[in-house]
Design a protein around this ligand. Sequence first.
Ligand code: FPP
Length: 252
Amino acid sequence: MSLKDQINTSQLPKHIAIIMDGNGRWAKQHGQHRVFGHRNGVTAVRESAEAAAELGIDYLTLYAFSTENWNRPRMEVNALMQLLLQTINNEITTLNKNNIRLNAIGDLDSLPAVNRKHLLKAIDATRNNTRMTLTLALSYSSRWEIVQAAKKLADKIIRGECTPEMVDQQCIEGLLTTDGMPDPELLIRTSGEFRISNFMLWQIAYAELYFTQTLWPDFRKEDLYAAIVDFQHRERRFGKTSEQITKVNDQQ
Ligand code: FPP
């Protein structure tokens, strides 16, 4: 049976998040500059978005550029921004054709003005699409997000819209950039690194983690299927015992 056929489509994760890693190493393996790896990473972005939409995944979130990535050599940062701009502009038609909504999380104000403008235009052009939400995490880091949320919360309390007693998990969730999105149930990281790298720390509290040796530019639909098949073999207990989970499943 093919990997795709092994997927139980009635038990798909609603939200998959991916830490795309290994572009630089892939380029090195091909005797090329790191930017060559990023360019080839776009094919993997397209493949994973297409595969996720075809399967019926509601949310796909890609860690495209972290707050810390600004510290890379200026030439690489510029090339990444240019690639991002190009890709967004090239893909609007395909996103609309496939009924995919584009979304972005992160410190978008820190992006070059031209990137921000075209990104917001693409988000607006796809806002009515309903099949899947493709979120790009750009100039994003979880600690940045948590600081923003803390500032917003302090502001609400000062304005008298909220009291410390009213603060609960739902309230915090509403202040994060992912407000309104379900938490990722599956987090994939490519390139054999076993790290979270400041990505969605609050949101992945109960996510299943999947690490693959595949370098991002080599990531294809089959790799996404393999991650989902693996996810579907996990027992998700959410702090309960295995027996409790089995009993609930038996009653269904
Ligand atoms: C990590 O590999 C990858 C990035 C920092 C950038 C991801 C960008 C793309 C895939 C291209 C464009 C994306 C979109 C959404 C249009 P790395 O450079 O850290 O690789 P290394 O660990 O091997 O050095």
